[in-house]
Write a protein that binds this ligand. Structure first.
Ligand code: HEC
Length: 157
């Protein structure tokens, strides 16, 4: 019973965390330039990887542990310094959705960037374990995305 409740909770967490990925990509970013464009592209890469993993976790495409491990690396490689170096102080050129508090709460922001790498590595490690274990790791990873967006991105999900 508890396990069942946990599963439902997890499913809800994951779908809330990822809801923003399924909103239409109507936002026009073709006019973004420089570092803002680069970080949007980085985010889109990890967004794409998350969508593919989510499809396997949800059973919409065949579960492939090897592919999940690969996609997890795509994400982990883009966390930490790779992410934070694309946020030089005050880089708020339109059409950015980044918020000013990134630089007043830099420790928290860069901590979240590190967590992204850590949680993606965790998922990679368990990708070939039983599905519920991978699902839990995926849930933790998805939470890192949504927490950082809640705190540091204009568009909340
Ligand atoms: C350390 C904080 C942080 C983490 C962690 C993070 N993001 Fe982001 N994300 C941002 C910020 C800030 C923006 C807005 C960037 C901008 O508009 O300049 C953003 C924007 C995005 C966008 C929109 C890109 C665009 O074209 O405008 C997507 C998609 C996205 N993130 C997906 C993800 C996913 C998926 C994860 C987790 C696997 C994730 N992000 C983790 C901070 C983060």
């Amino acid at each position: 019973m508890t396990q069942y409740a946990n599963k439902i909770l997890l499913a809800i967490t994951v779908s809330v965390a990822l809801a923003f990925l399924y909103q239409s990509d109507a936002r026009a970013h073709s006019d973004a330039t420089g570092v803002v464009k680069e970080r949007m592209m980085l985010m889109e890469d990890i967004g794409k990887a998350m969508k593919q993993i989510a499809a396997m976790i949800k059973g919409k495409s065949p579960y492939d542990g090897k592919q999940i491990a690969h996609l997890s690396s795509v994400i982990s490689e883009r966390g930490g310094d790779h992410l934070t170096k694309l946020f030089p102080v005050g880089s708020l050129d339109k059409p950015t959705e980044a918020t000013q508090n990134i630089w007043t709460q830099w420790d928290q922001f860069s901590g979240a960037a590190l967590q992204l790498t850590e949680r993606a590595k965790d998922l990679k490690e368990v990708a070939n374990d039983e599905k519920p274990i991978a699902m839990k790791a995926f849930g933790s990873l998805a939470k890192v995305c949504s927490n950082c967006h809640q705190d540091f991105r204009e568009k909340k999900e």
